[in-house]
Design a protein around this ligand. Structure first.
Ligand SMILES: [Zn+2]
Length: 195
């Protein structure tokens, strides 16, 4: 077991001391002395467990959709998203939530899939950002891959320039062709689209 692994607390370990109501599932945040794990439970509390008290769960598989990578971080159910919103039920939450429970109900566990991400982006664009903001999913931009140099076929040299007198930004260079842009993805795009 390692940091980032999804785990479930074994039934017999749940009742240990005052942890009765925090049993369930969580993510390993740290490992000490080989067997001591600090686990952030999905309820939000952080507790220490021994590895023998934990069951390793399959990790969520990241999903790529339209240039973004979506990774599920914890279980999504109607009940859990309702709890996550707390007392301040925003307009943004209400709309997404009512659509969500009308389809999946209250207790059904809903893993993210490419089809769902597509559906959610089409029906209500605020729903995925809401899930991200409340720690259910992570959304990352896919880094465009840098193409090989069209002249020598080699891997271009890349570096950040942050100091004077150079132009500030991300640099890509090979065979006397030099691209420099403020942002890395912008520079990569410029390099890749050049013939
Ligand atoms: Zn080259």
């Amino acid at each position: 077991m390692k940091v980032g692994d999804r785990v479930e607390v074994k039934e017999e370990a749940i009742g240990k001391s005052c942890r009765k109501f925090d049993g369930g599932k969580g993510t390993i945040m740290g490992v000490r002395q080989g067997t001591h794990c600090s686990v952030k439970l999905d309820s939000g509390s952080l507790y220490a467990y021994d590895m023998i008290e934990l069951i390793l769960l399959p990790s969520y598989v990241p999903i790529t959709h339209e240039g973004k990578v979506y990774t599920q971080l914890k279980e999504i159910t109607g009940e859990k998203v309702y709890e996550a919103q707390g007392d301040k039920k925003s307009e943004c939450f209400r709309k997404g939530f009512s659509l969500f429970v009308s389809i999946f109900g209250w207790m059904c566990v809903v893993p993210i899939t490419e089809k769902r991400i597509e559906g959610w982006s089409n029906t209500y664009t605020q729903w995925l950002p809401w899930l991200k903001q409340h720690g259910f999913i992570r959304i990352e931009k896919v880094e465009p891959e840098l193409k090989a140099c069209p002249f020598c076929g080699g891997k271009p040299k890349t570096w950040w320039d942050i100091s004077e007198p150079h132009e500030e930004g991300y640099n890509i260079e090979c065979c006397y062709i030099h691209v420099c842009k403020i942002f890395k993805d912008e520079a990569t795009e410029a390099w890749n689209s050049r013939d």
